[in-house]
Ligand binder design. Structure first.
Ligand SMILES: [Zn+2]
Length: 492
């Protein structure tokens, strides 16, 4: 299948919006840095992965065959994102008195639950760092062979200065090696590194370190930056199309990924780098220490002092879509409530659309109304092709909402447009709402299920009353009242 629409992507590497050209026509390889599974997934990550979910969805919608790889970091990410100290997962295992792999499983499950609740499509491949230790050791060996890494005392470090003498280090984040050097503290004599900018690609495991593997340099574990290079190359090739992540990963994580790949494979790993922006709450950067962050489930339940009410996962999803992925998103009750209203508008229009019939439209495709619909439908694509501009796509969708409402209340008549234009409206609106925006319609099937559950409860309660078990039957009545269902005892 040939894809005719021209897509532009703002490439962090060049700082420019570039016309997207995949390496292989019709196919895309996309890698997104996944979570380090040592705690419940935080809202910043949810935003990043939802942004890339929409990007993934739109690429698929355009007709690309996308291989989407998003890793799970289950070893090697040290506390404080530095080269010395405790592994985040090992630390949590110690604190929670669990096996490291229990920590990994627990928080991977939580992560998957939240992704599913947010209606994010699972990636094509979700590799783990611990599942690729052998490949990481091979990379370390190759980089040593290329003369760009050195072993000291069981650890292996990437030689940034030597690398920089042949290739620019810092070009993704726009940093200069001189500035980096003047901003780093001198080594205190405790470190094995030749230079403070060098980073570990393999670390010796100290006796108390529980996550450890055999290697040519003794027992140790891989450096955090290495896993993404290894796994993206393994599944997407030495050079692939899109690499994404939160902007906090630009430096040093992604910068190191580039250096490792160039050192090991001799090629730049990625054609288009994309970064999502941060979250704030009422204008202040969200963080645990500021006390203004909440977990996804607290947001869905409205269970936090900063939240006036619960916000459904689809409201949160729609709220994210109302900002560009590269802009900051500011959480506030006001903004979330506006998103809730906006989403309601969309889903109501979608439901109205289901009861309309293309054949009933008998007008012309050249009418003002038909042209307005054609234009707004086209705008949905034009905006998404312009670096995935979701807020402007949503604006075009709102125009289609008003059209649907006007058809419903007969301000637009069946003679005002033709069947073909209505089909276009139906396909575009439904396609963008469900497939691109990824909004899950809370359907009547749910209500039917609830109704059935209520009927079963009523039946059980009837049996209990027949047995004169009033304590239990009253308990059911009270619990149902709490859930907003009133039960009246009477004949029938
Ligand atoms: Zn990564």
């Amino acid at each position: 299948m040939t894809i005719t629409r021209e897509l532009k992507i703002k490439n962090t590497l060049s700082g420019e919006k570039e016309i997207f050209k995949p390496i292989t026509e019709g196919k895309i390889g996309m890698y997104v840095c996944g979570p380090t599974v040592y705690s419940y997934v935080h809202m910043g990550n949810v935003r990043t992965f939802t942004s890339f979910d929409v990007i993934y969805r739109y690429l698929c919608y355009l007709g690309y065959k996308v291989r989407y790889v998003r890793n799970i970091t289950d070893v090697g990410h040290l506390v404080g994102d530095v080269d010395e100290g405790e592994d985040k997962i090992a630390q949590k295992a110690r604190l929670e008195q669990l096996e490291p792999m229990e920590v990994v499983q627990k928080y991977t499950n939580d992560f998957h639950d939240v992704m599913l609740t947010m209606n994010n499509i699972p990636p094509s491949i979700e590799p783990t760092a611990t599942g690729h230790i052998l490949e990481q050791i091979e990379w370390v060996q190759q980089i040593i062979k290329e003369g760009l890494a050195y072993e000291v005392n069981g650890s292996v470090y990437f030689d940034v200065l030597k690398y920089n003498s042949e290739h620019p280090y810092g070009e993704l984040s726009g940093r200069k090696i001189e500035d980096l050097l003047s901003n780093t503290r001198e080594l205190d004599g405790q470190s094995d590194k030749r230079n403070p900018l060098d980073f570990a690609i393999w670390k010796k495991a100290e006796p108390q370190h529980i996550m450890r593997w055999n290697s040519p340099w003794g027992e140790g574990f891989p450096g955090w930056h290495l896993e993404c290079s290894v796994m993206s190359t393994k599944y997407l090739g030495e050079t692939f199309d899109i690499h994404g992540g939160g902007m906090d990963l630009k430096f040093p994580h992604h910068e190191c990924e580039i250096a490792q790949a160039v050192a090991c494979c001799g090629t730049k790993p990625v054609n288009y780098w994309m970064h999502t922006n941060m979250l704030t709450m009422n204008g202040v950067k969200m963080s645990k220490s500021a006390g203004n962050s909440f977990l996804p489930n607290e947001l869905f339940a409205g269970d936090h002092e900063l939240l006036e009410q619960p916000y459904s996962p689809m409201t949160v999803r729609f709220f994210f879509l109302m900002s560009h992925y590269s802009s900051q998103v500011d959480f506030s009750n006001e903004a979330l409530q506006a998103a809730e209203k906006g989403l309601k508008k969309m889903t109501t229009a979608y439901e109205l659309l289901q009861n309309m019939n293309a054949e009933s439209f008998t007008g012309s495709g050249d009418s003002e109304t038909a042209k307005r619909i054609q234009n707004s439908c086209e705008m949905c694509h034009v905006k998404m092709c312009d670096d995935f501009n979701t807020p402007e796509m949503v604006a075009a969708m709102f125009d289609l909402c008003s059209v649907i409402n006007s058809i419903e209340n007969k301000q637009i008549k069946i003679t005002d447009l033709d069947a073909g234009t209505f089909e276009l409206l139906n396909n575009t609106f439904s396609g963008f709402l469900l497939d691109v925006m990824g909004i899950k319609i809370e359907s009547d099937a749910n209500d039917e299920g609830n109704e059935e559950a209520v009927n079963i409860l009523m039946e059980v309660r009837g049996l209990l009353r027949a047995e004169k078990n009033y304590a239990l039957s009253d308990l059911i009545r009270d619990k149902m009242a709490e859930a907003g269902i009133e039960v009246k005892d009477g004949k029938g």
